[in-house]
Design a protein around this ligand. Structure first.
Ligand code: ATP
Ligand code: MG
Length: 139
């Protein structure tokens, strides 16, 4: 079993895609073992995306990520990190495969509906950024 962090970004929430995204996870054997809605401050968004702090899109990305509420989830399942990223599709929605979340719903490279951890190391840091042990459940 593996765990990964998923975020429905502010564009996904405002486009009313929470149910659509969750449905895809549950249908694909990704169990939601933690979930909450959060509105990040600019500083908190900068902390989350600190690895990208030198990138030209950092300021815009962190403004976007702090522009409205997000839904943060921990997904658990066999190969959860890779499976989640397959369901999401490529970062650039124009390159994302048909049927993926980003291909279907994203509107720009930045506003691409979902985030997913990209390795076991980032998954554990990202999960710890949002949730403590008492907020993650076994069922
Ligand atoms: P995420 O980390 O959100 O799951 P990702 O791993 O597919 O996405 P990263 O390279 O980690 O992509 O970039 C993080 C986020 O920064 C992207 O999801 C997107 O919102 C934004 N981003 C990435 N590249 C660009 C770009 N060239 N221009 C604008 N925004 C970008
Ligand atoms: Mg990433």
């Amino acid at each position: 079993m593996e765990r990964t962090l998923s975020i429905i970004k502010p564009d996904g929430v405002s486009k009313r895609l929470i149910g659509e995204v969750i449905k895809r996870f549950e249908k694909n054997d990704l169990r939601i073992v933690a979930m909450k809605m959060v509105h990040l401050s600019k500083k908190e968004a900068e902390g989350f995306y600190a690895v990208h702090s030198e990138r030209p899109f950092f300021d815009s990305l962190t403004n976007f990520m702090s522009s409205g509420p997000i839904v943060v989830m921990v997904l658990e399942g066999k190969g959860a990190i890779k499976k989640n990223r397959e369901l999401m599709g490529a970062t650039n929605y124009k390159e994302a495969k048909p049927g993926t979340i980003r291909h279907e719903f994203a509107s720009s490279i930045e506003q691409n509906i979902v985030h997913g951890s990209d390795s076991p190391e980032t998954a554990s840091t990202e999960i710890a950024y949002f949730l403590n042990a008492l907020e993650i459940f076994d069922y």
